[in-house]
Design a protein around this ligand. Structure first.
Ligand code: GDP
Ligand code: MG
Length: 198
């Protein structure tokens, strides 16, 4: 749920990067963190479990400028994709204003992408949210890998993008597509904020 604070004239929106394990969600946040000037970002927090390097979630606060006199702050979160982190995933998803679904473009990961997208929809439904009403963009990450290993954005669209939402090919390790994705979801979220209450 976006927070509007009239006293401090701040709007805070929550964006969740969702997707299967190792699709590149944390890598997106690292890249963004590395590019945003100091005065526009807070501390990036990564919570890891004690036993392995798997992250519980990452958190990155961003200041995206001023709209109608309000400072807009975005909080980016990632969820852990592994099946056994279902509870954490649900918690992190709560109150999301927008979702970036980071798919792993590798052909052998297609089933994982499909299952994770279904998992997203059922977790939203469980929270009483009509999935179609939540701003969503798809990112087809790892497009830098050799052609014989990855599906093309067109192929991934056929398999995953049944809502016809904005989609971006990306290479989160090196940057292409990362800010295009962030800009698109930010615009969708802000557009929804300024739309009349339904
Ligand atoms: N080649 C390539 N590797 C990537 C890309 N994005 C992430 N990776 C690698 O994929 C692995 C998992 O990335 P990570 O961001 O931890 O995945 P997460 O589980 O979704 O947070 C790491 O080894 C990353 O370096 C990409 O665009 N291209
Ligand atoms: Mg991660």
């Amino acid at each position: 749920m976006s927070l509007v604070n009239y006293a401090t004239r701040e709007i805070t929106c929550k964006i969740v990067y969702y997707g299967p394990g190792r699709s590149g969600k944390t890598t997106n946040l690292h890249y963004i963190y590395g590019q945003v000037p100091e005065d526009r970002k807070g501390k990036m927090v990564s919570l890891a479990t004690q036993t392995d390097r798997t992250l519980f979630f990452d958190f990155l606060p961003l200041d995206l400028g001023t709209i109608s006199g309000f400072t807009t702050k975005f909080q980016l979160y990632t969820v852990p994709g592994q099946v056994y982190y279902q509870t954490t995933r649900k918690l992190v998803l709560q109150g999301a204003d927008g979702v970036v679904f980071v798919a792993d473009s590798q052909a052998r990961q297609l089933q994982e992408n499909i299952e994770s997208l279904q998992d997203l929809h059922s977790n939203l439904a469980e929270q009483g949210i009509e999935a179609r009403s939540v701003p969503l963009v798809l990112q087809y990450n790892k497009q830098d890998l050799p052609r014989d290993l990855v599906l093309t954005p067109a192929e991934l669209n056929d398999a995953l993008n049944f809502r016809g939402v904005p989609e971006f090919g990306a290479d989160a390790l090196h940057g292409p597509g990362v800010f295009e994705t962030l800009r698109s979801i930010s615009e969708l979220v802000l557009k929804r904020l300024s739309a009349p209450v339904r």
